[in-house]
Design a protein. Structure first.
Length: 178
């Protein structure tokens, strides 16, 4: 095969391999990940151009400041933001909730990898909470169901099913709790 043909084939294969590589982590998480449930709070039910979707906020994103390990607090006090952290979870009343926020990757159990955005007063205005982002904030739904999901969430009845593997999370489904 001529050299020029080999170069052309290689030039065409590189972008394809990059695109395939981007799918490995989500597919591995879907196949081998543990399924967890998180309580949600939606932000917006529709988009004129993309159809119905729900931007979600999770209760697990607002973590009480007392669950932050000292190393995390120290780094935040030093002015670091967007700090990569690990959040181990435990099952509590049908949903998974954070047990702590650490810089160290857990050796066992289910955990999420996220980024601490900031620490401020929580919704109640009293308790300080750390806001952790997991990149699970948008979910496209069947047409004309976004408003129904928003109403279910407002009444505290919307749950997200998430597959988790090695801290990487992939949103699988939303369900309305009875």
């Amino acid at each position: 095969m001529p050299r020029r043909t080999k170069q052309l084939i290689l030039a065409c294969l590189v972008p394809v391999l990059i695109l395939l590589g981007m799918t490995v982590t989500p597919l591995y998480t879907l196949l081998a990940g543990a399924e967890i449930t998180l309580r949600t709070v939606p932000v917006d039910p529709t988009d004129l151009f993309r159809g119905d979707y729900v931007i979600l906020q999770y209760e697990a994103e607002e973590i009480p400041a007392q669950l932050l390990e000292n190393e995390v607090k120290t780094k935040l006090e030093q002015g670091e933001s967007n700090l990569e952290v690990y959040v181990p979870l435990k099952l509590d009343e049908g949903a998974h909730v954070p047990t702590k926020v650490s810089l160290e990757k857990p050796t066992s159990g289910v955990y999420l990898k996220g980024r601490v955005q900031y620490v401020t007063a929580g919704r109640d205005g009293i308790e300080e909470v750390a806001y952790v982002e997991y990149s699970l904030d948008k979910y496209f739904v069947e047409e004309n169901t976004g408003l129904e999901l928003e109403e279910a969430s407002a009444s505290g009845n919307l749950l997200a099913k998430v597959k988790v593997k090695n801290g990487y999370a992939y949103l699988v489904d939303l369900s309305i709790q009875d």
